[in-house]
Structures are given as structure tokens and as C-alpha cells.
Design a protein around this ligand. Sequence first.
Ligand SMILES: [Zn+2]
Length: 343
Amino acid sequence: MKAALYRSHGGPEVLEYAEVPDPVPGPGDVVVRVAAVGLNRLDLLQRQGPGMMPGFSLPHIAGMDVAGEIVATGAGVPASRVGERVVVNPAIACGRCDFCRRGMDHLCGEKAVVGGNRAGGYGALCVVPATHAHHVADHVDLVEAAAMPTVYSLAWHALFETGRLAIGETLMVHAAASGVTTAAVQLAKRAGARVIVTARTDEELDHARRHGADEFINTTEKDVVAAVMDLTRGRGVDMVFDHLGPALFSESVRSLRPKGRLVFCGTTTGATVQLLLPEVYRFGVALLGSESYGFEEFARMLEYCWDAGLTSMVDRVLPISEVATAHELMASDALRGKLVMTH
Ligand SMILES: [Zn+2]
């Protein structure tokens, strides 16, 4: 098969589009002929090196967000699944550890991740467990499906499982034009929340406006905390979803109402923050780290998304042979929503 891969770490120039052996399905697996694969920041970080996921090895075929058609099945999987259009849940828990056996597979420490520490959708064929190949609704095309898994599951888990966002609450999300924020805006609006977004440019804010956000803060023009207090009549927001890291972490804390929740994950702008502890404890603010999503949750998220009439977040579509250009586009922050590559 053809695949985009890299044999050593480095810049986009280490990516090559080459012929490699076809993968062979094991028992319980299916082979997906990949139609489309979404680009994620992890793809760039691991290409640059070192590999972040336990068990990562070179050469690596990246690509966590995979959509395509089942073309073969391994032992124990009915051949009737051949021809099915599917999207892949990339997180494969071990099924054996203490967490998995207690129904907390999202906390599994032995997790394999399609495109993270095993071969992903940058290859024309991708082998995954049949249980992790989810049916794609007929009205959804595979490019759209490939834009969904990572950003919607991350936003879904953060907003509803970790943050318990409720109808009528006010939410603030940073990085208005990012894929995760676009997903969060759409989901939060459908859950009945009022959504404030922040970004450094009006053009990024306009992107969030098109996806349903209510209020907009340009962080180069306004102080975030003062703007939030204006928008909430001095009360503060009920919840902040911060997937940036340190860039606005302190502002996130200070924008909350008393007893508000700051839900965080991601280190796009770094991994270390400085906090004034009284700002956290004085008003009983909760700092909630948001971990990975669970197997059951992913299936529920997809079912919801198929029916919810979400607006498309696909910004660009490129052929997989132009993978180096795709990585450069993401690195330059030129994307508004998701970039999807097609085979
Ligand atoms: Zn496990």
C-alpha cells in the first residue's frame, strides 16, 4: 500500500510518501481502506520528536482520525461487515488492567492509540479492532467523519463528563478557531449554554461566530477578565474550558464566578503555569483536569453528532501525498477548523 510515514524525527521534510507492505488483520480486526484522515497537533509533535506516546517506534505511520470502508475482516469478525463505511475510535484500551476491568477503560495505562503508537490513517490501509470501527451515518461523508473523532471526543468529555456543563450556564473557551474549540462551541450551544470565545484576531472570532458562539473577546484589544465581567454583569462565567496551557490560565481562573469550574487539558502553549493560590481557594474555584474519553462515551458522542446537524469544521482537504504541506499549514496556525487528507 501507499503510506505517508517518517523514519526519523525532524521537520516536515522527513515525511515521505512511499510503498510499504499491506497490514495483516489479526483475530477480531478489520482492515479499513482509508478514504480520509484528519490532521492533529500530535502528528506534528511526534514527527518533531521525541515520540510522546508510550510504545512509539520508528518508522511511524501517523493519523488518529480515520474514516473509510472495511475491505477485509480478521478471524471472528463477520464478513458481512465488508463494505461498511466506518470511522475509527483511535483509543484501544488493553481490556485486562485493573481500570479496564472496573469499567474505567479511559484510564487504562496500556492504551494503544491508532496513529499514536501504532499505524494510523496516513496509510492507505489501516488495521483496527472491529469494535473500534463505528458505522458512519449515510448522510455524513467520510471527509466530514474524519474531522470528528479527536476534537469532538475531547470537547465532549471536557464539557459534559468532567465539567458537567448545564443548560443556562455560561462557558468561556479560548482559541476560537481551533478544531477543539469549534467542537466545544457547537456542543455547548446545543446543550443550552451561552458561549464566550477568545482569540487574538477578529477573523478567528468570526469563525466561532459562524459555528454559533455568542460573545467574543479579542485578547490583543481587551483584558480577558475585565471583558468577561462586562459580559456577565460582574458575576464571572460558570465554566472555562482551557486547552491552551499557560497562555491564559490565570485569566481563566480569574474569569470564573465563585465556585466556578476550570476544565483543562492540552499544552499547546506549554506545560507549566504559575498561579496565585488565593485566587483559586478564596472563591472555591475547582480546577478539573480532563482525561481521555471512554469507549462507551465515544460511541454515544458519535450517535449524537450524526443526528445533531453540526456545521462542518473542515477547513481544507489535501491529498495525502501533500502531507508535508499539511503539516506546515498547521504549524503556521493558518487553519480554521480541521485539515483532512484524502487517499
Ligand atoms: Zn487497560
